[in-house]
Design a protein. Structure first.
Length: 560
């Protein structure tokens, strides 16, 4: 292609792209949301030989080792819990199966850092468990007996496994339920037992779903700050904060964040590559499958297997929080507590509304202009949830500080280098970068169910795209918009890593106050804020469980 022809092609593309307002508005919003990611990755091109020499000789190997061991341990733990329970409730019949089918989702409401604070207070040396053991055994000190340390890498792996296994459970349960009846019956006819059929047929067929859930688990694990910091496990996330605030090295912290971000992106690419390379097809459509009836000891073992994750991941810590809150009502439920609720609710509501508005613009922009540039820019927004909060905070503070410097130069005689830094605006933007993809996913799935013929009918009546969106799509999307709002609301209430760095001075949220009180060993005062976060987190989980129950009833009615 000659240079004039190439220039003419580029000119036509630019003219066509700019002639469509929704296209450039959608792409502009997506690129602005993705700016922190670009800032973090660009830091890799800034040479810092002395800093990296120091980190490489001191803490970097430990960050890498702990992050790898934590990821490996959580992968094993969540896979064991998620896959086994998904198989039991999908393919076996035992007492309580209907309850466990939705009840196993409930631990997803509990952030890992809440369990870390509660179980540490309960299982530490001066906690009720070890105190009772010393009284029963007549022991006088820790040298007289052995008790597994809760504040350790192993303790972090267990707690992460208890709260993150529902990601694998939910996706693999659907995969097991959709497997063809004839495939499993053929395995049984060849003399394989139900468990042999599980390992030889069902598990390989569910592998893509299992890997997709595992990718979500690992992203949540690497994003965590509260649990690993409280347990003294040095990972990349804690290293970012230590390098930034301890050593005062912004560029070094940004480069650590870039390494963590590249690791997350590698997980996503590996997961997609694995799905492409491992394709499993079923020759028969999903049909009702007679579950394997469990009796006696096997039924009891199934009940215990499904009960333990719910008990340890939600019921026990929730009960302890309720007791702590009631016993310390006057200390924990005071004026400061209501201020914290006000701050958290304000941030969650504002972020949720903005996320719904921006997600609606992006989703509708792709619907109107399914061009490669538009779709690619929106997919960049979809990566936000995979980016740890610490990475977003680092990537956002640098451009905000540059903007502050530019605005400061424009002022005449007024010097204020912190016009935006340390304000709630930056905190809300950070939340949007991380959670806009959650709202976008809910809105896009709802938009996909609206027939394009409605758009054509509205246009034929003289409505422009904006009028069509407001008068046709928004009323039909009411449920999807409410779901998107609720999901973002709950995520903002629980978010800790980004909030620690980006929050305004003297503007604490429930998550921040729980973290501060727990760090000062004042769990009694942290009980009410922690219980509030837990109860709020139950809202989307209960909603999802309700959808599962309704879906089961509809399928039963259809089959009947």
């Amino acid at each position: 292609m000659s240079l004039p022809v190439f220039a003419h092609t580029i000119q036509r593309f630019i003219f066509k792209f700019c002639a469509q307002p929704w296209a450039w508005v959608t792409s502009t919003i997506a690129l602005l949301i993705g700016l922190p990611t670009f800032v973090v990755l660009s830091s890799l091109f800034i040479p810092q030989p002395e800093l990296w020499s120091h980190l490489g000789e001191t803490v970097l190997p430990r960050y890498l080792q702990n992050s790898l061991w934590l990821s490996l341990g959580v992968s094993v733990g969540t896979s064991l819990l998620g896959v086994s329970t998904a198989w039991l409730v999908s393919m076996c019949q035992f007492p309580g199966r209907r309850f466990f089918e939705w009840g196993l989702l409930l631990p997803l409401a509990a952030p890992a850092y809440l369990l870390a604070y509660i179980y540490t207070d309960w299982l530490e040396y001066f906690g009720p468990v070890q105190t009772t053991l010393r009284q029963w055994g007549g022991w006088e000190s820790a040298n007289d007996y052995w008790f597994p340390p809760i504040r350790s890498l192993g303790g972090a792996i267990v707690l992460f496994s208890l709260v993150l296994y529902p990601y694998i459970y939910l996706i693999t349960k659907v995969a097991f339920a959709e497997q063809g009846r004839k495939t499993l019956e053929a395995s049984r006819s060849l003399g394989r037992s139900p468990w042999q059929s599980f390992f030889a047929v069902a598990l390989p067929l569910a592998r893509p779903a299992w890997m997709a859930g595992l990718a979500l688990v690992l992203m949540e694990t690497l994003n965590d700050f509260g649990t690993v910091q409280y347990f003294g496990v040095e990972t990349f996330t804690t290293g970012i904060y230590r390098t930034w605030f301890g050593l005062g090295e912004r560029v070094g912290a940004t480069q650590l964040a870039a390494m963590l971000l590249l690791g997350i992106l590698s997980l996503l690419l590996m997961e997609r590559w694995g799905r492409r390379q491992s394709q499993y097809f079923q020759t028969d459509a999903p049909q009702s499958f007679s579950p394997h009836l469990l009796r006696g000891g096997r039924a009891l073992l199934a009940i215990v297997t499904c009960s333990l994750p719910i008990l340890l991941g939600l019921l026990l810590p929730g009960t302890l929080l309720v007791l702590l809150t009631v016993d310390n009502w006057e200390r924990s439920v005071n004026a400061k507590f209501w201020d914290l609720i006000g701050h958290s609710l304000t941030l969650a509501i504002v972020t949720g509304l903005l996320a719904v508005i921006l997600g609606l613009i992006l989703g509708y922009g792709v619907r109107l202009n399914p061009q490669r540039v538009v779709r690619g820019s929106v997919r960049l927004v979809g990566m936000g949830y995979a980016i740890p909060g610490a990475v977003i905070a680092v990537g956002l503070l640098l451009p905000v500080s540059w903007l502050d410097q530019g605005l400061d130069l424009l002022q005449k005689g007024i010097k204020n280098p912190f016009l935006l830094s340390g304000t709630a605006i930056v905190l809300v933007v950070g939340y949007l970068v991380r959670f806009l993809s959650v709202a976008l996913g809910a809105i896009e799935s709802s938009l996909a169910r609206i027939s394009p013929s409605l758009d054509q009918a509205a246009r034929s009546l003289g409505h422009n795209p904006l009028q069509t969106l407001l008068r046709v799509h928004v009323p039909l999307l009411r449920g999807g918009l409410l779901t998107a709002m609720m999901l973002v609301f709950v995520d903002v209430m629980k978010e800790l890593p980004a909030t620690i760095v980006l929050r305004p001075f003297n503007f604490d949220t429930l998550a921040i106050r729980v973290y501060q009180y727990a760090s000062d060993e004042r769990l009694a005062e942290a009980a009410a804020p922690a219980l509030t976060i837990l109860l709020v987190g139950l809202l989307p989980v209960i909603g999802l469980s309700w959808q599962i129950i309704v879906g089961q009833q509809q399928r039963s009615s259809a089959q009947g």
